[in-house]
Design a protein around this ligand. Structure first.
Ligand SMILES: Cc1cc2nc3c(=O)[nH]c(=O)nc-3n(C[C@H](O)[C@H](O)[C@H](O)COP(=O)(O)OP(=O)(O)OC[C@H]3O[C@@H](n4cnc5c(N)ncnc54)[C@H](O)[C@@H]3O)c2cc1C
Length: 478
């Protein structure tokens, strides 16, 4: 049995230019109230580790449900410096995972998760609107496009999903190639499907705005406070670089860094996603007809995702590499990936061939075995966790915060009773098999995606290897 303790190594601070463009923009608009590092020993009812969406939404919902709760939040760098301030800003619920959820938990429970996740997104939208915090919200929909004949199969899967019992029949609107072109012209695009309720946000404004709301609710936030050790017990003892916290309960919102917690080492594989952002070129977007603000994704297993900004830039991102078992370094910055993404961007949008790349960044994502997040309590029940968003946490973290808040408060309710709670996802193989297997299969998936995107059939051996994780029951997706 693993001891009820975890030694952690948080990310180093990433000040200045090495922060994502989103975070620099958000900090320039509003630096927020300073939250200096923890010094000395403090007590709290609840200590939350991690100042991304999971930690912040948990703090928010906790204070909503129990305004008297004494909550501290500990963040190694600054709130929103992790993937929560670096992502693509696509905000959606968990309906896209309906088929997996139905396989795992049955149709009814899958629908319950879908509805709860959709209500959570609506809650976030209303909250920021009412608080008059500008998160650049656009509800212009998500457009999923086929980029080669092989990927047309993805559209058939959407049609099948649409007709399943429990799935909202009007969730997707199927679009012909010319209807896709009416929304955005690209020589790469074929037919597609529009998920009209999908939204985009400025992700770091969301994280920093939420930080402001949480501070206003009375949560004590300590930034620049990496947690080195968590020790379970009736009082949870947390040791940080400069201080200590004793708390009745703790919440771990650590994303890909969760794989340092004993018992979870094989539940999560950290994998990277990178983004290149162009200079503004609103006239070029007008030429391409991409002025409606739709976010666009494709059917690659190593998803390409792209969107515009209000000043006319394109942010072009993709699920990229698994360099090893770490979470930092090349996960956050990898020149070889920026070159590949820039190549794709210019091929897809010849109008942008001479528009310079202004900024580049990346970050780790917490790939779980089933592509759905999971939550629960460990070490006697007073340490709670949420992880496994697998690159899709902007919307689901709102629900994650509701779930974790209910777990802290010991409530049996619509959130704590969801099947994502207490569900132990399939474990990945042990090392060194995991490392070698992940690298080999990911390379095969990437090469197969590249061949298909270029309209080539691809190498049969690689395609077989690329399908191996799914055959073994892992739905790694993007
Ligand atoms: C490039 C990229 C693009 C993405 N695009 C999308 C998208 O368009 N839509 C979508 O839904 N999802 C997207 N995602 C995923 C999404 O960003 C995440 O699922 C979400 O941000 C997870 O939030 P979190 O709070 O769980 O994790 P994080 O935001 O990673 O927060 C965890 C925090 O814990 C802190 N931490 C770690 N270790 C310690 C420690 N020892 N002590 C103290 N603090 C510690 C970290 O500094 C970090 O701030 C993307 C991710 C990346 C990297």
């Amino acid at each position: 049995m693993a001891a009820d303790r975890a030694r952690l190594r948080g990310p180093e601070a990433t000040p200045g230019e090495s922060r994502s463009w989103w975070l620099r923009e958000a900090l320039a608009a509003d630096a927020g109230t300073p939250c200096p590092p923890l010094e000395g020993r403090v007590r709290a009812d609840v200590a939350i580790v991690g100042g991304g969406y999971t930690g912040l939404w948990t703090a928010f919902h906790l204070k909503q449900a129990d305004p008297g709760a004494d909550v501290v939040l500990l963040e190694a760098d600054i709130c929103g410096s992790g993937p929560s301030g670096r992502n693509g800003g696509f905000m959606y619920g968990l309906w896209d995972d309906f088929a997996v959820l139905a396989d795992l938990f049955g149709t009814q429970e899958a629908a319950r998760v879908g509805h709860a996740s959709e209500r959570a997104v609506d809650l976030a939208v209303d909250l920021f609107r009412e608080a008059d915090i500008d998160i650049w919200l656009q509800r212009a929909g998500h457009l999923i496009v086929s980029t080669s004949p092989v990927f047309d199969e993805g559209l058939d899967e959407i049609r099948q999903l649409q007709s399943r019992e429990g799935f909202p029949a009007d969730f997707y609107q199927m679009l012909s190639a010319s209807e896709v072109a009416d929304r955005c012209r690209s020589p790469q695009f074929r037919a597609g499907a529009l998920q009209a309720r999908g939204a985009t946000v400025q992700p770091a404004r969301l994280a920093r705005g939420l930080r402001a709301l949480v501070l206003a609710a009375g949560v004590r936030i300590y930034e620049g406070t990496p947690v080195d050790l968590i020790q379970g017990g009736s009082t949870v003892e947390i040791v940080t670089r400069g201080g200590e916290v004793a708390a009745d309960q703790a919440v771990l919102g650590l994303n890909a860094w969760s794989n340092q917690i004993p018992g979870f080492r094989r539940s999560i594989i950290p994998r990277a996603s990178h983004i290149v952002l162009t200079e503004p070129a609103p006239d070029r977007l007008r030429e391409m007809g991409w002025t409606g603000g739709e976010a666009i994704g494709d059917f690659r297993a190593t998803l390409n995702y792209l969107r515009t900004t209000p000043d006319g830039r394109i942010a072009f991102g993709a699920a990229t590499a698994t360099p090893g078992h770490g979470t930092d370094g090349r996960m956050s910055n990898d020149a070889s990936w920026y070159e590949r993404l820039e190549g794709r961007l210019r091929r897809w949008f010849p109008e942008f061939r001479d528009v310079a790349i202004d900024s580049v960044w990346g970050g780790p994502i917490d790939v779980g075995a089933h592509h759905v997040p999971f939550f629960g309590s460990i070490w006697g029940g007073n340490v709670h966790y949420g992880m496994g968003y697998t690159g899709g946490g902007v919307g689901p973290c709102v629900l994650g915060g509701q779930i974790l808040s209910s777990l802290v408060l010991g409530r049996q309710d619509e959130f704590s009773s969801l099947p994502l709670v207490g569900f132990r996802s399939k474990r990945f193989p042990p090392e060194p098999l995991l490392h070698i297997g992940a690298r080999l299969t990911l390379e095969a998936i990437l090469r197969t995606d590249d061949a298909w995107e270029a309209g080539r059939p691809g190498n049969r051996l690689l395609a077989t290897l690329a399908r191996l994780p799914r055959r073994l029951g892992y739905n790694l997706g993007h």
